[in-house]
Design a protein around this ligand. Structure first.
Ligand SMILES: Cc1ncc(COP(=O)(O)O)c(C=O)c1O
Length: 358
């Protein structure tokens, strides 16, 4: 199987190709908070500029304390990183073993990082026909064949499907019984925090929760992520990152972002409202089928003789970027993903879809 390096959010490249400014493109391909970063974060970043004459605080103390308070955890259960992608790349060097099972379709960096560490990987592929439902009995049978690690993204990306906490608890028990370490990627869990398995995983020794501050808090360019696990594992991962992989501005932004409860509330409310708006508007297109979602993106299937790549090319000419999903394991050229954005942007997308697909 070949994996191409393909992610959403390539606004700089696309802008260069179109000969326009990145600001002139509406990016539905990366699932980032459409409100942008909190004003508290902007102020904190401006105030932190003078402290750039020092090396960053390599203990990440303030951010660990703020996250511990936010999640009701101990700072010892946290490890901070240069985006959760940094942790994804360190994990195969820290977990014992050589065989990983990946619940697909999912984030392509799992496989790439495992390949770098010479792990063998296999996909446990969920199907759109079953709305990406996870058959836990079938997963248990597969794990019984002997896997050292299981990668599961919850809510799923690109599906948007949320697996409830009791399902994750069951999977965690199965993993523990079969000697499989659970890597639970909760990069988008801020949109449905009550379903997080953070407490369960922090209490145990057989799993890790990956979290990203990129998406909900709208700071992908700063690079900030973290993980939740038992203190032995967080210490080992801390040591992998080197002293200064997380810079002062990212650390400052993380603390300020968690302080802005109003921005957090507004974000959750806007996404809920606009996701419903988009789902409703998309029902008017007989050739489009949108899958239910708990997060700030929708997976959509297109039929009627046009592929998602063709649709993407037509929309790009109108300066709209979507993520075609043909490169995801288990999905075909008929799938694409759109971020949930502001009403103005969402209705422009709907208008452009109407013009393009008429
Ligand atoms: C499912 C998932 N996990 C992790 C990441 C990595 O996020 P970051 O490195 O920005 O924290 C992404 C980014 O798109 C993602 O989609």
């Amino acid at each position: 199987m070949s994996y191409t390096y393909d992610h959403g959010g390539n606004v700089f490249t696309v802008a260069r190709q179109l000969g326009v400014l990145p600001e002139e493109i509406t990016d539905f391909s990366a699932s980032i908070n459409p409100l942008g970063m909190s004003p508290l974060v902007k102020d904190a970043l401006a105030s932190a500029l003078d402290s750039l004459v020092h090396y960053p605080d390599s203990s990440h103390r303030d951010l660990k304390l703020a996250l511990a308070r936010h999640h009701g955890l101990s700072p010892a259960n946290l490890v901070i990183a240069n985006g959760s992608t940094e942790l994804i790349y360190h994990l195969p060097g820290v977990i014992h073993g050589k065989r990983a099972l990946i619940v697909a379709p999912s984030f392509s960096e799992y496989v790439r990082s495992l390949n770098q560490h010479r792990w063998e990987t296999r996909d446990f592929t969920l199907s759109p026909e079953n709305s990406f439902d996870l058959d836990v009995d079938a997963l248990e049978r597969t794990l019984a064949e002997g896997f050292d690690a299981l990668y599961l993204c919850n809510p799923g990306n690109p599906s948007g499907h949320l697996y409830p906490l009791d399902v994750i608890e069951r999977i965690y028990r199965i993993c523990t019984a079969s000697g499989t370490f659970l890597i639970l990627d909760e990069a988008f869990m801020d949109f449905c925090e009550e379903a997080s398995a953070k407490q369960l995983i922090a209490r145990g020794k057989n799993g890790i929760v990956l979290r990203s501050m990129t998406k909900f808090f709208g700071i992908p360019g700063l690079r900030l992520g973290y993980a939740i696990a038992c203190d032995t594992l967080t210490e080992r991962l801390d040591a992998m990152g080197g002293p200064w992989s997380v810079n002062t501005l990212a650390l400052t932004a993380g603390v300020a972002a968690l302080q802005d409860s109003e921005h957090i509330r507004q974000t959750s409310e806007l996404i809920r409202q606009e996701r419903n708006y988009l789902l409703d508007q998309l029902t008017a297109f007989p050739m489009l089928k949108a899958y239910p979602s708990s997060v700030n993106y929708l997976l959509v299937q297109i039929t009627g003789g046009i592929t998602a790549i063709e649709l993407k090319e037509r929309l790009v000419r109108q300066r709209i970027l979507i993520r075609d999903c043909a490169t995801f394991t288990g999905l075909t050229s008929g799938f694409f993903r759109i971020a949930v954005r502001t009403r103005e942007e969402n209705s422009r997308l709907v208008d452009c879809l109407a013009n393009t697909l008429k």
